[in-house]
Design a protein. Structure first.
Length: 369
């Protein structure tokens, strides 16, 4: 392996890319590592200064998924042999046979393998198991997680991985906000100009707690924006609550994949964002909200408490307690000074712990040693 004074040649492999909003993560890490003489290319599903679209497959239950994934992997294998990187950083989302095959090929080529694990639950699902996860973790040279909670949960399942695990926080999204004003964003979205805006953004699935927020909104004089795709459940689960809020003129929904342009408008228009999650390992949406200067209300899950431990940067409510959430929302929406404090402290937390240059330094310590 090259020493710290020589340029390391790194490939970041990310099969989901823009589909999970990881394009910003990859390109920000690549840009910051390049400043440290670490040469980085990204294999993903989008094109940018750092990335080439290697992965071309349709998500979901498409009959084309397996053959498209196979051909994508073959292209990755070919590129690795041609480019001969020193290190591969692989976003590991599940411990499938495809993940094992890719990891094995990387090690076969005598390349150092670094995993990034964004959560633990998704690693073991209907197409993978703990034995397959153990195989993946044995193949890794280093494992990066974003907080102490995720590290603890991983080591409960796989205590043998302890020496490989390093905690490196998720980076900020400070480069995302555009110059669009709040008034312009509200106008472009056709939202009520007078009512405060409460945002729920991102993947809609049972653990995201949307039902808790909808119950809490019944007595709140504000407009709630629900924007994101559905996964592992039906929107019919929310039909009654949606109907009640729409009758009151308090609900705006965009149940789709949200483009970057549309995302910017939703965040620009929001007065607060609510993260009513019932289970989570870390939240990119939380960091995105702070990057836009939006005050955050979050359930008191350990990853959220951990992020806020260094500074008063968000409001909390008990997991699943819609009445407490109602009180916290009502109080925060009525208190501009408190919102300004949370906004200011949020930016301070991003600078101290989620700055991409600091994160790149941490990555360099493990990938080039």
């Amino acid at each position: 392996m090259k020493n710290m004074r020589e340029a390391c040649n790194v490939i970041i492999i990310d099969p989901v890319g823009k589909k999970a909003g990881l394009d910003h993560y990859n390109d920000s890490l690549a840009k910051s590592l390049n400043k440290l003489d670490v040469l980085v290319r990204v294999y993903s599903n989008y094109k940018s200064e750092y990335s080439e679209p290697v992965f071309k497959f349709r998500f979901g239950k498409s009959i084309f998924f397996l053959p498209e994934m196979f051909f994508s992997l073959m292209k990755v294998f070919k590129n690795l042999k041609q480019q001969k990187p020193d290190i591969v950083i692989l976003h590991l989302f599940n411990a499938t046979r495809a993940s094992i095959s890719l990891s094995s090929e990387i090690k076969k080529q005598n390349i150092k393998l670094v995993y990034i694990l964004h959560d633990i639950e998704s690693l073991i699902d209907e197409v993978s198991n703990n034995n397959q996860l153990n195989i993946c973790l044995q193949l890794a040279d280093e494992i990066v997680v974003h907080n102490h909670f995720t590290a603890s949960e991983l080591l409960k399942k796989n205590p043998g991985a302890e020496k490989k695990v390093t905690i490196i926080p998720h980076g900020d999204f400070l480069e995302l906000p555009s110059s669009v004003s709040k008034d312009d964003a509200i106008a472009q979205l056709g939202l009520d100009k007078k009512m405060p805006k409460v945002l729920f953004f991102g993947m809609i699935k049972p653990t995201k707690g949307l039902d808790v927020l909808l119950k809490a909104m019944q007595k709140i004089n504000a407009q709630v924006i629900v924007a994101g795709r559905v996964r592992k459940q039906s929107m019919s689960d929310y039909a009654e609550a949606f109907s009640d809020l729409k009758k009151q003129g308090k609900l705006v929904t965009d149940i789709n994949y949200i483009t970057n342009e549309k995302r910017d408008l939703y965040f620009k228009s929001a007065d607060v964002i609510v993260l009513p999650y019932t289970k989570i390992y870390q939240s990119g949406v939380l960091l995105m909200a702070m990057s836009y200067g939006i005050p955050v209300i979050a359930s008191d899950l350990q990853p959220n408490l951990e992020l806020a431990s260094e500074m008063d940067c968000m409001e909390f409510f008990r997991v699943g307690d819609h009445l407490m959430l109602e009180r916290v929302m009502s109080s925060l929406l009525a208190n501009r000074d408190r919102r300004d404090v949370l906004r200011k402290n949020g930016f301070s937390v991003l600078e101290s712990s989620h700055n991409w240059n600091k994160i790149a330094n941490s990555f360099k310590q493990i990938i080039c040693r």
